[in-house]
Design a protein around this ligand. Structure first.
Ligand SMILES: NC(=O)C1=CN([C@@H]2O[C@H](COP(=O)(O)OP(=O)(O)OC[C@H]3O[C@@H](n4cnc5c(N)ncnc54)[C@H](O)[C@@H]3O)[C@@H](O)[C@H]2O)C=CC1
Ligand SMILES: O=C(O)[C@@H]1CCC=N1
Length: 266
């Protein structure tokens, strides 16, 4: 059972996606939310219109038993200074920030228990992904109660793996969107109109993702069902899977770069 009310610090791209997800999943009532943001956007205002408290005075922050910190890794120490002395010592802190380690969060926010979560913006529709880590059970449970209704969750037993989960999953939606943009660009090269290129690139990704989701089959099995021997797909896959310089090598290099950056952000 998630301890409420919940204080959300930072309602930017990810914070707003989480607010949308809470609405979609319905597990957190607006009246159970306190939102702090230096420059609140549309979703924070929408939630406030439904009953959340937006940027209330510091004595209200102490009401919260779960605190989510969703500011940029570069901003968290500044945010912590503002919060100093105004958080409930019995609250659990859930950080969704890339790179920032439990040890550093605990050194600033003690005695709050700390969990780390690496979500995707897909939580907005209740179908995100979230990797969870905490060194003790209460915080891990709070993270799970918060994210399970709006994400497929993975529990990591080693904090270093959060950097890996960030590189694969947290950043991952952007790789998929980059692929769609590339497919759309390639479609233009084939002579399709801009409108048709856009429709075909997006709809192909969505229909392929649906099959992956609904059949549960491995990608290689699904590929086999598309690629006729000696056919068009095989011709394309020879390019995408060129020895030593194919998509796998490219994606691996991209993931390694993200993992390295995640470690640096700490
Ligand atoms: N955007 C994404 O897909 C993901 C982001 N993350 C993590 O989530 C965190 C936030 O990322 P984004 O939402 O993309 O950034 P963002 O820049 O869109 O949002 C940050 C928000 O924090 C607010 N803010 C900054 N300082 C504040 C303070 N002292 N008090 C209250 N509000 C403050 C800003 O006004 C802004 O609305 C980062 O740490 C990032 O690593 C994690 C997973 C995915
Ligand atoms: O790009 C970033 O640093 C954040 C963390 C994962 C997704 N967005």
């Amino acid at each position: 059972m998630l301890a409420k009310p919940i204080l959300l610090i930072g309602a930017g791209a990810l914070g707003s996606a989480m607010l949308k997800g809470m609405r979609a999943a319905g597990h957190i009532a607006p009246s159970d939310l306190i939102i702090l943001d230096l420059n609140p956007g549309e979703e924070a205002h929408a939630y406030a219109g439904l009953g959340a408290r937006l940027n209330p005075s510091p004595e209200v922050w102490r009401d919260a038993f779960t605190v989510i910190i969703a500011v940029k890794p570069q901003s968290w120490r500044g945010a912590a200074q503002i919060l100093d002395g105004n958080l409930n010592p019995n609250a659990t802190l859930i950080s969704v920030m890339a790179g920032v380690r439990t040890e550093d969060l605990s050194s600033v926010f003690a005695p709050l228990k700390v969990a780390r979560v690496m979500p995707t913006t897909g939580v907005a529709t209740g179908k995100g992904v979230a990797s969870l880590y905490a060194s003790e059970g209460v915080a891990l449970q709070a993270a799970s109660d918060l994210f399970s209704p709006m994400a497929a969750t993975v529990v990591l037993d080693n904090e270093d793996l959060i950097d890996a989960a960030t590189a694969v999953s947290g950043s991952g939606p952007a790789y998929v969107y980059a692929f769609v943009a590339a497919l759309e660009q390639a479609a233009l090269e084939t002579g399709l109109t801009a409108a048709d290129a856009k429709t075909l690139a997006r709809a192909t990704l969505i229909s392929a993702a649906n099959l992956l989701d609904q059949t549960g089959e491995d990608p290689e099995d699904l590929i086999r069902k598309v690629a006729s021997p000696g056919g068009t797909t095989e011709a394309a896959l020879k390019v995408l899977r060129r020895e030593g310089q194919g998509l796998t090598e490219l994606v691996t290099a991209a993931v390694m770069a993200a993992q390295k950056r995640s470690k640096e952000l700490g």
